[in-house]
Design a protein around this ligand. Structure first.
Ligand code: PLP
Length: 354
């Protein structure tokens, strides 16, 4: 680690902590008292500050509003029984943040600045981390271009901000999904691997259409032929086929999820067969038809593991076995929770203690 960041701290004079209802925490709507803000100007990161959470003002010509140089991360902080606050695998997010930055022509943010800014915010808003299984503090670091200039070119100035939201357990009923064969989320040579704001803007309409047809979400396929499975759009997808854990290998059209990596690491640690490779739609449908697919689920930071109950292709629906009996995903979730909440030793060194 480099020297500790020199952060100017302005404490709020009106904490909202006491009036916050921790029994009702809709995802992403409740924010802690503070936020971290930094500026990129004249080729360097400066003005590291923690300030009260609140509105900011910007030029209407700000380049991100027109050309979309914006990207983000999402990670979680857990409170242990002994009061310790633990950030889960933050350096992985720091590295991915910089992959997004490089693809979008934004400046690199040194990984120590990324991690220390989060640690400092977590420390000052420590009282906001909800206790208890399933509860956590969701951290949203993001960067965007700020030049007040309408020319299409990489901006010279940027802001890096970190927000924090207390969130409750994320209960999702098993999903009814369809395999998308018309729209695409990303293309080869594009930036599907980046956590870029634009990727989500483009997926809103297809998701809405899928919902109108009665599905909860969709599974994206490759933009070329719609013949290979990619991911869920806010989560990666994992199948258990013939007793093997099968998931699409990551490529420039797929976001490389950290939860995905965590789960595959556990599976390999348990000597379970893991296959990261191209997964065709045809193979998935055949496995469903022949009853060889025993589990299917999404993996991502927000919900950790979201079971899939049914998968449809061109209106034909295939049911999965009851997720209540899903052996691998249930074991993985239990182990992961035990590591995150400090119940089991953190042998993989995933927990960053604040
Ligand atoms: C964030 C995200 C995921 C999941 O990544 P995690 O690091 O596990 O949270 C998967 N796909 C997309 C498109 C995402 O934005």
């Amino acid at each position: 680690m480099t020297d500790t960041l020199d952060i100017k701290i302005t404490q709020t004079s009106a904490s909202r902590l006491q009036e916050t209802d921790f029994a009702d925490l809709p995802f992403g709507k409740v924010f802690t008292d503070h936020m971290f803000v930094a500026d990129y100007e004249d080729g360097e990161w400066k003005n590291f500050q923690i300030v009260p959470y609140g509105d900011m003002s910007f030029s209407p010509a700000m380049s991100v509003l027109h050309y979309g140089q914006a990207f983000f991360e999402g990670l979680k902080v857990y409170k242990h029984a002994d009061g310790k606050a633990v950030i889960f695998r933050p350096y992985k997010n720091a590295d991915r943040f910089n992959k997004s930055a490089a693809r979008l022509c934004a400046p690199e943010l040194p990984r120590d600045i990324f991690v220390q800014s989060i640690a400092a915010l977590v420390d000052i808003d420590r009282g906001w981390i909800p206790e208890g299984n399933g509860n956590s503090l969701y951290i949203r670091p993001f960067m965007f271009s700020t030049d007040p200039y309408l020319g299409v070119q990489p901006s010279k100035s940027y802001k890096f901000i970190v927000l924090a939201c207390p969130v409750g357990a994320y209960y999702s009923k098993p999903l009814n999904v369809k395999i998308e064969t018309k729209f695409s989320r990303s293309a080869e040579g594009g930036f599907g691997f980046a956590k870029a704001a634009g990727n989500y803007a483009g997926s809103l309409l297809p998701a809405l259409e899928a919902m109108k047809e009665g599905y909860d979400q969709l599974i994206w396929t490759d933009g070329k032929d719609h013949a290979y499975i990619e991911e869920l759009g806010t989560a990666n997808v994992v199948f258990v086929i013939d007793g093997k854990i099968v998931t699409p290998s990551t490529r420039d059209t797929i976001l490389e999820g950290i939860t995905r990596d965590t789960l595959l690491t556990l599976a390999r640690h348990w000597d379970l067969p893991v296959e990261e490779r191209r997964v065709s739609v045809e193979e998935v449908i055949a496995a469903l038809k022949e009853g060889r697919m025993t589990e299917a689920f999404g993996v991502g930071t927000a919900a950790t593991i979201t079971p899939i109950a049914a998968i449809s292709l061109d209106g034909e629906r295939f049911e999965l076995p009851d997720p209540a009996n899903a052996e691998f995903s249930k074991k993985a979730l239990k182990t992961l929770d035990e590591i995150r909440y400090g119940i089991t030793p953190d042998t993989f060194e995933w927990n960053y203690i604040v």
